[in-house]
Design a protein around this ligand. Structure first.
Ligand SMILES: [Ca+2]
Length: 123
């Protein structure tokens, strides 16, 4: 599901601890395909590939990465989440990185020359 998101909406979402926690737990559970309480690289890569398919379908995939470049990108993204280097992402790591990413997106929207900037995001 795609949503239109503004800086204020992101900030409000992050600051509403109960809503944020619930959303993170739901998203984590959907990524944790085998239900072991951890997100593996393959589980995350599967999700990232589905996002790429969405980008391609809507013709917004302008970078045109090769398969090896995509794998490297997925490993970089996974490493950001896997802050302790255990090769698995737990709920705390997932929540922390999601919060950092959302703050970065909000900051980017907030400093954009076009104050009406918005993005689509899958949450
Ligand atoms: Ca898992």
């Amino acid at each position: 599901m795609s949503l239109v998101i503004t800086e204020a909406a992101i900030t409000g979402f992050i600051n509403n601890a109960q809503v944020f926690k619930s959303s993170i737990e739901n998203r984590f559970a959907s990524l944790d395909a085998n239900g072991d309480g951890l997100i593996s690289f393959m589980e995350m890569a599967k999700e990232l590939m589905s996002l790429r398919m969405l980008h391609t379908c809507f013709d917004v995939d302008e970078i045109g990465l090769s398969h090896p470049e995509l794998v490297e990108l997925h490993r970089d993204i996974f490493s950001r989440f896997d802050s302790d280097g255990s090769r698995a992402v737990d709920l705390d790591e997932f929540g922390e990185e999601m919060k950092e990413m959302l703050i970065a997106v909000a900051d980017r929207i907030g400093t954009s020359k076009n104050r009406r900037s918005w993005i689509y995001a899958k949450l």
